[in-house]
Design a protein around this ligand. Structure first.
Ligand SMILES: Nc1ncnc2c1ncn2[C@@H]1O[C@H](COP(=O)(O)OP(=O)(O)OP(=O)(O)O)[C@@H](O)[C@H]1O
Length: 336
């Protein structure tokens, strides 16, 4: 029997630029990532880094007039960049499922939730009405909805935030997609519900052997779920590795700062070592040199590469720029 390819998404030299006051600015700048079957790849970074831009580029949901996407997003060798809409409609929601932060925004407030999931099946499968109903109930059981039959007839406003997100997840996995893009799927939920939803996503991934791109600003979520991690800063990936390496041997100053800003770090002293500042806006983003240099001005310019590239410092562990070699936090005693 032919084995399906393990490589689900191969993103190469992706640039996504938005038009602002007549000019295009890259919000995702030369993104290179892959997603394999049975893998959760987490894209992490502060707000404004360009994480959602990657998600919308993959699923082709953006304003085509004011957004320019170039490079390759290969899904099973089909390039999604520039794919025509009718072909995209067959893939989106079918082969590639999507889960967004706000379940209310993803659901139609005037339609029974069961019908909304059934609608996805109507578009993408040959199932008849009875089969669709049975599949929705099966999905509601899979995502842990209490009383699936009763829930079928409810409207979004009648459900809690956590249950609404389970409906969105049921919708995303209805057609057994190979790829699931989850953009901050737990950010709008309270902490205990967050953990349940992450467990559910992991269960789904294990059962379906799909690949998941999990976008989050929360390193706690990364630690709990990811296999591979891509850390983003100002439109670029600055570090890429498996989750253990990112947490145990982070190298890029931005990754190290993010980790130190995590609540409940074991070493209290680490809390002191956090880099101040924010991600620059698109129009103010430095386009030459190290984009992170402005946030670590105590590191000499000579420590940065003129045009920082990604270096494979260990097999599978990639870091942008060489400044990590001399980097220390500002409040660390010199010479330590
Ligand atoms: N449609 C758009 N038009 C113009 N600029 C945009 C558009 N969408 C995003 N941006 C800008 O692109 C940059 C990256 O935004 P993006 O939403 O991808 O970041 P993010 O890391 O996902 O952050 P957040 O979690 O806040 O959404 C930001 O500066 C944002 O203001």
């Amino acid at each position: 029997m032919e084995r399906p390819s393990d490589l689900l998404l191969d993103i190469q030299h992706l640039h996504t630029a938005y038009r602002l006051q007549g000019k295009f600015y890259d919000a995702a700048d030369d993104i290179n990532i892959t997603l394999k079957r049975d893998e959760i790849l987490s894209v992490v970074g502060e707000s404004g880094c360009g994480k959602s831009t990657i998600a919308s580029s993959i699923i082709g949901l953006y304003d085509h007039k004011n957004t320019k996407v170039t490079g390759d997003i290969l899904y099973n060798e089909l390039n999604l960049v520039g794919l025509n809409e009718s072909l995209f409609d067959k893939i989106r929601g079918n082969k590639i499922g999507m889960i967004f932060q706000d379940p209310l925004a993803s659901l139609n407030p005037l339609m029974r939730v069961g019908d909304q999931v059934a609608e996805t099946l109507y578009y993408h499968t040959d199932m008849n009405e009875k089969q669709r109903h049975a599949r929705v109930i099966e999905l509601f059981n899979q995502v842990g909805m209490p009383k699936p039959e009763e829930t079928y007839a409810m409207y979004p406003f009648e459900l809690s935030g956590g249950l609404r997100q389970r409906i969105v997840i049921a919708m995303a996995i209805a057609c057994k997609p190979e790829v699931i893009i989850a953009d901050e799927p737990t950010t709008a939920l309270d902490v205990t519900i967050q953990a349940q939803i992450l467990d559910l996503l992991e269960d789904i991934q294990r059962q379906s052997h799909s690949g998941i791109i999990l976008i989050t600003h929360d390193l706690g979520v990364v630690a709990e779920t990811a296999d591979q991690v891509a850390v983003m800063y100002a439109g670029q990936i600055v570090e890429k590795a498996d989750v253990k390496t990112i947490f145990e041997h982070p190298l890029h100053p931005y990754t190290r700062s993010l980790l130190n800003s995590m609540p409940q770090t074991e070493d209290e002293e680490d809390d002191l070592h956090v880099i101040q500042g924010t991600v620059p806006s698109l129009q103010n983003m430095p386009r030459e040199g190290d984009r992170f240099a402005a946030r670590i001005p105590w590191i000499p310019a000579s420590a940065h590469e003129a045009e920082p590239t990604m270096h494979e410092v260990d097999p599978g562990h990639w870091v942008r720029c060489t400044c990590w070699k001399t980097f220390h936090f500002q409040d660390e005693a010199s010479g330590e």
